[in-house]
Structures are given as structure tokens and as C-alpha cells.
Design a protein around this ligand. Structure first.
Ligand code: OGA
Ligand code: MN
Length: 215
């Protein structure tokens, strides 16, 4: 694992290190990388969101319900970032997007994200977040809202990179970035309720005849 120094609050120097690590290794893991203010805002959001506003996550085009349950079990809720109660989240991910563009010339245009709730026994089997050549989701971001995650609670994120396998416990404020098309990954079965926020920095897919909103 290549953990890098914890971010100073809203500190741009940390963003530098983040994008350099992402460029060098295809992923980066930052314990306490999610600023406290952002984590607290997301936790307040979780407290207020209605259980009925979550739905069973799908695996995309044409997948049937049975196949879907075999691949992933979590429930998701899309975050609409124009909401005033997500202002911190929006400014954090905007600043990150700007930095990735500045340093890596990625031309990232938009961002979409969802909350995910994994109940005991839930998992998400090995997958990629984007299909090669579709040039849509470029960088994946995952962060966690679980205090006091203990060994034995399960629910680790496992990344399979060319060089190694990386296992990340879903600790409060841990932040992970990886290249969406290149990084095979999975969520191991969790033994406790587990909260994550997953987002994707995307290229603009708009054409003259079709506007491409983030979500
Ligand atoms: C995803 C995903 C990882 C996690 O939603 O695509 O891989 O740790 N999530 O929640
Ligand atoms: Mn994923």
C-alpha cells in the first residue's frame, strides 16, 4: 500500500501528492483523506435521508435481477450535489477535480456520486467501474463513514493492481482514488452495516444532439 500523508484540512498540497500517486501507481489510499467537515456533512446527510430513498444497486444494462444479486447486494442513493446540505462535498470534489485536471491533464468535466449502504452479508464482487474505450468514467473515488471499524468486521475494499493486491478497511474518512478502466476491485462481505460514498470523475460525453448531465 502507498498511504500518503493525511490531508491538512482542505489543503491543496495534499491534492498534489494525491494526483502524483494516482499517476504513478494507478491508485492512491489516504487514511483521513476526507476532511472532517466533509465527513460530518455526509454523516448528517445519512442521518436525515429516508430509508425509502435507497434502492437496490444494479449492475447495468440488461442485467437480470438474479445476476445482479449474485454480483452486488448493496443499496444506493444518488447524491444531487446542487443540494445546499451537500455544499462541502461539492466543493471538496470540485477542488479535487480541478487538481486532477491541472496535474494530469485529464479533462475531467463532471462528477457523479452515490451513497451506498451494505448490510451484514452484503458484498460487491470483482468488477471494473468503466469499460475500456468508453472514455466515460475516468477516476473512481471511494470514501468511508464508519467509525471504529475493527479487524473481523470484514467489508474491506480490495484492489487488484498490476503490481499487487491492496486491502483497505472502510475506516472513517479513508479516501481511495483509482483509475476506473484499469482497476479490478471488489468489496468483501461485511459483517457490520457499512457506509461508503462512491463517485466518478467523468469526461464530457455531450454531443450536439445530446446533452450529458452528470446524472
Ligand atoms: C462501487 C464500489 C467500493 C466500496 O460502488 O463501484 O466499488 O468500497 N464501491 O464501497
Ligand atoms: Mn466499483
Amino acid at each position: 500500500m502507498n498511504p500518503i500523508a493525511a490531508c491538512p484540512e482542505a489543503g491543496l498540497p495534499c491534492f498534489d501528492a494525491l494526483s502524483l500517486q494516482l499517476e504513478a501507481h494507478g491508485y492512491v489510499v489516504v487514511p483521513e483523506g476526507l476532511p472532517q467537515t466533509v465527513a460530518e456533512e455526509l454523516l448528517r446527510y445519512v442521518d436525515n435521508v429516508d430509508a425509502s430513498d435507497f434502492h437496490r444497486a444494479g449492475i447495468g444494462r440488461g442485467a437480470d435481477e438474479h445476476a445482479n444479486r449474485f454480483v452486488r447486494r448493496d443499496h444506493i442513493h444518488w447524491l444531487h450535489e446542487s443540494r445546499p446540505d451537500l455544499a462541502e462535498w461539492r466543493s471538496f470534489t470540485d477542488a479535487l477535480r480541478t487538481q486532477l485536471n491541472r496535474q494530469l491533464f485529464l479533462g475531467l468535466f463532471s462528477f457523479e456520486s452515490h451513497l451506498a449502504r451494505y448490510s451484514p452479508g452484503d458484498f460487491y464482487k470483482k468488477h471494473y467501474d468503466a469499460f475500456r474505450g468508453e472514455a466515460n468514467r475516468i477516476v473512481s473515488l471511494v470514501c468511508y463513514l464508519n467509525s471504529n471499524w475493527a479487524q473481523g468486521d470484514g467489508g474491506e475494499l480490495r484492489l487488484y493492481t498490476d503490481a499487487m493486491t491492496v486491502t483497505v478497511p472502510p475506516n472513517y474518512r479513508s479516501l481511495v482514488l483509482f483509475l476506473s478502466e484499469e482497476t479490478l476491485h471488489e468489496v468483501l462481505p461485511t459483517n457490520r452495516e457499512r457506509w461508503s460514498v462512491t463517485g466518478w470523475f467523468r469526461l464530457n460525453q455531450s454531443r450536439l444532439d445530446r446533452v450529458d448531465p452528470p446524472r
